[in-house]
Every structure is written in C-alpha cells, then in structure tokens.
Design a protein around this ligand. Structure first.
Ligand code: ADP
Length: 272
C-alpha cells in the first residue's frame, strides 16, 4: 500500500515571521526509489557517447593519410564530446536537486526577476538560431522558494522552446496570476515542432527524448524536463503542457503564490 505520510517543516522568514510547510513524505520515499535505479540509467547513457568517441578515435587513426575523412570524423568527435559535456552538466544539476533538504531555506522571490534572468541567459543562443524572445510586462508577483533552482527551471523550458523552434519564429514568456486558485503561472510559448499527444506524458521522464530530438545533431540529454518537473514539484507546483504537433507547445509552470501569515509569538515557557 502507498499510505500518505505528512510532515511539517517550519522555516524562518524576515521580521520574525515563519513559514509553515506541509510535506508529503510519500514523495520522499518515491525519490529514494528513483535514486536507486538512477545509477543504472546513468551508466547506460554515458556508455553511448563514450563508445562512439572511442570508435571515432580508432577510425581517425586508421584514416590518418586522408585529410577529408579525418576532418569529418574529428567534427563528429567534437559533437559527441559536447553531448557528453551537456549530459554531465544535467546530471550534476539533477543530483543537486535530489539531495535531501534542497529547499531548506525558501526565500521570497520576485517572479519577474527569475524570468528576466532566465531570458538573459538564453539570449545569445536564441539570437544564434534567429529565434526572437518576447517577454510580457512586469507583474510584481512573488513566490517562495529557491531563486537559483526556479531560474534553472524556466531556463530549461526556454532552452527547449528555442531548440525545437524554427528559425525566424518567436518564443514568448508570459507571467500571470490565477486569482481563484492563488497561483502564479509562468508560460513559455513556442511556435516549434510541437509534441504529439502520445508523447506528452512521457517527455517529463528522465532520459526520454522524442524521435526527432534523438536523431538531431545538436544538444539535449533528455534530462531537461525531468529537472523542471522536479524543481517545480519541490516548490509545491506543477507543470502543464499544451501542444499540437507541427504547431507549437506551451509549457506552463504553476506555483502557489507567496502568502505570508502572521504568527502570534509563542508564550515564554519556564524551564526550571
Ligand atoms: P532534451 O534534452 O531531449 O530536450 P527534455 O527532457 O528537455 O530533453 O525534453 C524531452 C523531449 O521532449 C525532447 O527530446 C523533445 O522530443 C520533447 N520536447 C521538449 N520540449 C519541447 C518543445 N518546446 N517543443 C517540442 N518538443 C519538445
């Protein structure tokens, strides 16, 4: 059986206020299981580019007197090495997130600032692919959490949106507020290749990659959306996906709005 276990965590905020967080401990157990089969997955994923690299090295050595061939295989080696680098980078990020107590000291964060920073870091890549990044106005909305992790999550969505976009298309980021549910929504909208319905649930799995993505020449480890899902879940939120193959995708990070409740000071307890 999978009974629900709740825990409560109290985090101090400024001005003597505290934040009380209810946690679902079944999530902790699920993460433990994920950690267990993680090693098997990782070694499998590392073996592929390493195998390719040593095969290519052999080929280059044998073709030493044919400059054209050497050039061709050397550039393939470069590509495999970059892929390996990205994979390792994503693995480091994911394992950092999977550490217990990753969100031990949540801060009050400006959502506008998180989005601005993520866009800033994507600008060069977007320009090199002739994709225009468009941002709506500022909102003044705030959430609780880890600014570095949230920025990484938004950046990962932008990274995908840009990579799966056609040149001369747009990627739009919009922040909005759902008053009924007190939720902050960060939507990343692209006009790219889109995701067929049958893949839409699976894209959030670790190492899952679309057919097109797998055969593509540049980038991607299949970990990006797993990281996004993980970060957002840690913040008590969820990720929504709306997409039509051939038309584009909208990934929306939905987070609870930061609400500060004043807590009455505790009575002094005498301890003799
Ligand atoms: P990857 O490194 O392959 O991009 P992700 O976990 O970020 O890994 O994404 C998993 C898969 O989801 C991708 O391989 C791709 O098929 C699909 N995908 C993700 N984002 C988009 C997008 N904005 N447009 C189209 N397909 C996407």
């Amino acid at each position: 059986g999978n009974e629900l276990r709740l825990g409560v965590r109290v985090a101090p905020l400024r001005e003597g206020r505290v934040l009380v967080l209810a946690e679902d401990r079944t999530e902790a157990r699920r993460l433990e299981e994920i950690r267990r089969d993680f090693t098997a997955n990782v070694s499998h994923e590392l073996k592929t580019p390493i195998g390719a690299l040593s095969l290519l090295a052999e080929t280059v050595t044998e073709a030493a007197d044919e400059p054209e061939t050497v050039r061709h295989f050397a550039s393939q080696m470069g590509r495999e090495a970059r892929r390996l680098g990205e994979l390792v980078q994503d693995l480091i990020e994911l394992s950092r997130l999977q550490r217990a107590n990753a969100l031990m000291a949540p801060e009050l964060i400006s959502v506008d600032q998180v989005v601005d920073e993520a866009i800033d870091r994507m600008q060069v890549e977007a320009m090199s692919r002739n994709v225009q990044l468009v941002l709506g106005g500022t909102t003044g909305l705030e959430v609780f959490g880890d600014p570095t992790m949230l920025t990484a999550a938004v950046r990962n969505l932008l990274d995908n949106a840009v990579r799966y976009s056609r040149p001369y298309s747009r990627v739009a980021v919009g922040v909005s507020y759902a008053a009924e549910s007190h939720e902050v929504r960060i939507a990343v909208v692209d006009q790219g290749s889109g995701i067929a319905r049958e893949h839409q649930d699976r894209v959030f799995e670790r190492f899952y990659r679309g057919d097109e993505a797998r055969s593509r020449e540049t980038g991607g480890s299949g970990l990006g959306l797993a990281i996004v899902k993980h970060v957002v879940a840690d913040h008590g939120g969820r990720v929504e996906l709306w997409s039509t193959a051939g038309t584009g995708s909208t990934f929306t990070i939905v987070l609870p709005e930061a609400q500060i409740t004043d807590v009455a000071p505790m009575a002094d307890v005498e301890t003799h």
